[in-house]
Ligand binder design. Structure first.
Ligand code: HGY
Ligand code: MN
Ligand code: MN
Ligand code: MN
Length: 418
């Protein structure tokens, strides 16, 4: 270095912000066709997000490990490295097709900024802290939501998970193996589960609660029970031009009548939500009467018995419609999550740290909901001025995003010393 040149001390790197971290990944997995983001688990986009997360965690001096089910854990260890009674926060990076930029990544980015805030307040954590990214939370590729957290807790049979197939016919076992996992060892992880003292997930609110309350953050009280069922309607495939209308057993007509019946049945049950968002004719040709139509049903209600009753009514009505149309219908349950009430004790502790935050329930499923039966779990929601989610319109204003991260840091700090 030439003498006499004054070296101005390097200015400390500007503190990371949630908005800044999310802008780093804003071009990853954009979907020109659908709008929004399409980041299925183990797709190039989601793998790029995993790389981003590992880089961000490593930059913060966290020790990064991937567990047997593909979840990534970034640890801020206590001196000595004992991880019992750890605090865990985080969320997911995969998305629904055409999803918004915040569903999942907001919780991950906020957790990274919360670590920065806590590191500015203490040299070492009094309790081990981990930021986790769970895989396949949306179930968009292999059909079962929260697959990573269900595997870790044993909430899904590993054999069933290994044999789940994506739309190309690849099994989860194949894809997991291609991404460094050993499919023989996926499943319940008692050692990891036993280390977690509490889990707090921050997530964009997927509704209007905070808009109407005019508050930036809320604490979650419960998650509606929800399930997914696949209905397959079998008819007579045939030529669109040579088959008279009177000679048809068209499963597309049956399925369409069934979708309307789903809406009509759910409308009769206050608080019930029933959705058909995915319908696949086979073979799917414009000039072909389908031989089969598969469609997927998502039903949710605060009372699990009502969810079951709604599905049963839908199944009965579907059988009536199929008989009238000369078709046959099969229904198969793909996943079921009971209504979850978050840990009261943890909720009270959060309320001490966040005295102004209202308490809200949610109809959206989360990894936190899967963990809740196994360990004290809580969620923090951040206001979404669009009130819309699972859509490109989903939004969080910069100021609320930073309030969310600070709120998470305060909540975690409160739990560290409790
Ligand atoms: O479907 C859900 O509620 C969640 O976003 N996976
Ligand atoms: Mn989510
Ligand atoms: Mn979602
Ligand atoms: Mn979720």
């Amino acid at each position: 270095m030439a003498y006499g040149t004054e070296t101005t001390p390097l200015a400390p790197a500007p503190a990371a912000t949630v908005t800044g971290l999310l802008s780093d990944i804003a071009s990853t997995g954009t979907d020109a066709l659908r709008g929004g983001y399409t980041r299925p688990v183990y797709s190039t986009a989601e793998l790029d997000l995993r790389t981003w997360f590992i880089e961000q965690a490593s930059k913060r001096g966290l020790s990064v490990e991937t567990d047997r089910n593909g979840a990534i854990w970034a640890w801020w260890d206590v001196p000595g490295g004992d991880r019992s009674n750890s605090l865990v926060t985080g969320s997911h990076l995969d998305s629904v097709p055409g999803g918004g930029p915040f569903d999942g990544p907001l919780g991950v980015a906020s957790a990274l900024v919360a670590v920065d805030i806590l590191k500015s307040r203490m040299a070492a954590p009094p309790r081990p802290l981990a930021v986790v990214v769970f895989p396949e939370e949306e179930g968009s590729r292999f059909g079962v939501a929260c697959l990573g957290s269900r595997l870790m807790t044993g909430a899904i049979d590993p054999d069933k998970a290994r044999n789940l197939r994506d739309s190309d016919g690849s099994t989860f076992a194949d894809v997991a193996q291609a991404n460094g996992l050993d499919p023989r060892f996926i499943g319940r992880d008692d050692q990891l589960l036993g280390q977690i003292g509490a889990f707090v997930e921050l997530h964009v609110e997927q509704g209007r609660g905070l808009i109407d309350l005019q508050q930036p953050v809320a604490i979650a009280s419960s998650i509606l029970g929800h399930g997914r069922w696949r209905l397959s309607v079998h008819g007579q495939g045939n030529h669109a031009g040579t088959t008279l209308m009177a000679d048809r057993h068209d499963p597309m007509v049956s399925a369409s009548r069934m979708v309307v019946a789903v809406r009509d049945i759910a409308r009769k049950q206050p608080h019930a939500r029933a959705t058909v968002g995915r319908l696949q004719p086979v073979p799917g040709g414009t000039n072909v009467i389908a031989s089969r139509v598969d469609f997927w049903l998502d039903v949710r209600h605060p009372d699990d018995a009502v969810t079951a009753a709604v599905v049963q009514s839908i199944h009965l009505q579907a059988q009536v419609i199929a008989a009238e149309e000369g078709c046959r219908v099969e229904l198969r349950e793909e996943s079921l999550s009971r209504t979850v009430h978050f840990d009261q004790g943890l909720q009270k502790e959060l309320q001490q740290a966040l005295p102004h935050a209202p308490i809200l329930d949610t109809g959206a499923g989360h990894d936190a909901g899967v963990l809740a039966p196994f360990l004290p779990t809580a969620m923090i929601f951040v206001r979404n001025p669009s009130g819309v989610s699972h859509s490109a319109e989903e939004h969080v204003v910069d100021e609320d995003a930073e309030i969310g991260a600070r709120t998470l840091a305060d909540a975690l700090q409160g739990l560290m010393i409790s």
